[in-house]
Design a binder for this molecule. Structure first.
Ligand code: AMP
Ligand code: MN
Ligand code: MN
Ligand code: MN
Length: 288
């Protein structure tokens, strides 16, 4: 068996089933070309792309891990929890994700109303054109539409000027509860991973530690250390958090598509020695 730190695992990415720009099969093929050895597809609040991705991965001899990224509201903040090795046919998981998605359409209408008042008309229809899945209109789809109108040069600028707290197009939303999200993942046989913790700096240190403790107490067992949304400094910060809380470590690009994501599939550095890779004991590592 290969040493687990040496395996190119990419355990976080998105397809058109949520807010990525590649079809699930194209994402799998790209990962394979890039040398990824274990791939998880983790669309937001939705598992509809997993069967086709899994079939393509099997044909290519690429180890595939069914995943999902659940949107959670904790202490008024949006937190993302990744589920890995889930059973995506599990009834409670499917129902929980369905409920989590259900508020998105109304939220999208409200986002569009605010954008219209700010001088960007027709954004609901515009965003919907970019959404591969009408049940999953996300801020990313609005961002792509706003770039199309010429109002901003790229999605990064959109997220500075619009769609974030204090800006037009920000609509507060209540997602799943932390313990519920972790519970659905675990009950389906999966592992719960705290996604891109570097994004939760708004919480402050005390609340951040409380979040991680609550996540662990609810049954969460890993945290993303090497993530596409982390800086190299943050790889060190969250390696320390993993050790301090006794959590396994994960690695994921959070790839959304060529041209939009800073890090391509499978391109991030390995986990530092001393960390416990979340994939260490998975059967997927045995064939390596
Ligand atoms: P939503 O789930 O609709 O709130 O959309 C969240 C998605 O927007 C995230 O999963 C990212 O893909 C994207 N996003 C959030 N913030 C940014 C940002 N600053 N730059 C680029 N994309 C972002
Ligand atoms: Mn996204
Ligand atoms: Mn996320
Ligand atoms: Mn993501």
């Amino acid at each position: 068996m290969a040493e687990p730190h040496g395996i190119n695992a990419d355990l976080h990415c998105h397809s058109v089933v949520s807010d990525g720009t590649l079809a699930p099969v194209d994402l799998v093929e790209r990962a394979h070309r890039n040398g990824v050895e274990i791939l998880a597809l983790t669309d937001h609040d939705e598992v509809a792309g997993l069967a086709e991705a899994q079939a393509r991965a099997e044909a290519l001899g690429l180890s595939f891990v069914p995943g999902v990224e659940v949107s959670v509201t904790w202490a008024g903040e949006t937190i993302h929890v990744v589920g890995l090795r889930i059973d995506y046919t599990d009834a409670a998981l499917v129902a929980g994700l369905q409920r989590t998605r259900s508020g998105r359409d109304g939220r999208a209408q409200e986002i569009a109303d605010q954008l219209a008042a700010a001088g960007v008309p027709d954004a609901y229809e515009g965003a919907l054109r970019y959404a591969g899945n009408p049940e999953l209109i996300s801020r990313s789809h609005f961002a792509r539409y706003i770039v199309e109108t010429g109002t901003c040069v790229d999605v990064g600028e959109v997220f500075t000027r619009f769609l974030v707290e204090g800006r037009p197009g920000y609509v507060p939303h209540r997602w799943a509860r932390l313990a519920d999200a972790v519970g659905w993942i675990r009950a389906s046989g999966g592992v719960a991973v705290m996604a891109h913790p570097g994004r939760y700096h708004r919480l402050g240190e005390l609340a951040f530690d409380r979040l991680i403790a609550e996540f662990r107490d609810a049954g969460g067992s890993a945290i993303e250390v090497v993530s596409g949304s982390h800086t190299p400094d943050q790889y060190r910060t969250f390696a320390e958090v993993a050790r301090r809380f006794g959590l396994a470590a994960s690695r994921g690009s959070d790839f959304h598509g060529p041209g939009e994501s800073r890090h391509d599939l499978g391109s991030l550095p390995p986990l530092a020695p001393g960390l416990d890779p979340v994939w260490r004991d998975w059967p997927e590592t045995r064939s390596r």
